[in-house]
Design a protein around this ligand. Structure first.
Ligand SMILES: Nc1ncnc2c1ncn2[C@@H]1O[C@H](COP(=O)(O)OP(=O)(O)OP(=O)(O)O)[C@@H](O)[C@H]1O
Length: 249
């Protein structure tokens, strides 16, 4: 599997400076990659382009050699995509919604139904599976979104801030789920949780103002930490140093 942005330019409005300008970025073909960066850096935009939900103004998005614009229907079956706002249909129950997504991704009806139940169980929502999504909390809805990513066999998984709004226990559950997925399928995940995740990621990409400031193994990311940073804060320190923020230890 290769998934990459090839000299991609993208802006939301023609009269405003583009968010990304000739950005080339390849998603690592295995393990967990975390995408870091301050608010407005362009992480969600990058992920939406990789997910094929928005199209570049210039340049190409390629999946295993094919251009996404011409192969987008095929591609949607292969990508699991959790956007920042889970676009649920309020009248469906959690299980119906997850099964529907799995069916759209090519699972048979029976299999989609089974997988939805298993995925909701995996994210700790078995008891809420029969509830309408309209009645779920923000954190529960994110877990429904994560269940959607688990309910079909994707070739690449893209998660935009999946841990936002999860309580501490659910974060722990999520990390286990994530480890399981990333052992089989490449995962790109954006997060603001530097301290929690830098140790678990295989690769770290740091982005600012539409540019990649760092891309490499987690160890090489942590090597940027201030020499006096305490171990628990090395990831935050490395982030601050690379971003040239004050108080970088
Ligand atoms: N739908 C939109 N319409 C107009 N501008 C947008 C839209 N979405 C994002 N932007 C702008 O694009 C830029 C990049 O935003 P993006 O959401 O990609 O950043 P981000 O790194 O994901 O930020 P955050 O960490 O806050 O989620 C920002 O300047 C933002 O204001």
């Amino acid at each position: 599997m290769t998934l990459l942005l090839d000299r991609v330019t993208f802006g939301y409005h023609r009269w405003v400076r583009p968010v990304l300008n000739r950005l080339t970025y390849e998603v690592p073909g295995q393990g967990l990659t975390i995408l870091l960066g301050p608010n407005g850096a362009g992480k969600s935009t990058t992920m939406a382009l990789l997910a094929g939900t928005i199209e570049p103004k210039a340049g190409r998005v390629r999946f295993s050699g094919s251009d996404l614009t011409s192969a987008s229907r095929e591609y949607r079956r292969h990508v699991a995509w959790l956007p920042q706002r889970v676009p649920t249909s309020r009248q469906l129950t959690a299980r119906e919604y997850v099964a529907y997504v799995a069916w759209l991704k090519g699972e048979s009806r029976a299999r989609a139904w089974e997988r939805a139940a298993a995925a909701l169980d995996r994210v700790g929502l078995a008891e809420q599976a029969g509830r309408k999504t309209a009645g779920l909390s923000g954190g529960q809805l994110r877990r429904v979104g994560i269940a959607c990513a688990l309910a079909h066999d994707a070739r690449v998984v893209l998660l935009d801030e999946p841990t936002a709004g999860l309580d501490p226990h659910q974060r722990t559950v999520f990390r286990d789920v994530l480890r399981e997925i990333a052992a089989k399928t490449p995962v790109l995940m954006s997060t603001h949780d530097v301290a929690d995740l830098a140790d678990e990621a295989d690769t770290v990409t740091l982005m600012d103002r539409g540019h990649i400031l760092h891309h490499g193994g987690t160890r090489s990311f942590l090597d940027h930490a201030h020499p006096e940073a305490v171990p628990a804060r090395r990831a935050e320190s490395a982030y601050s140093v690379l971003m040239r923020l004050d108080g970088a230890r």
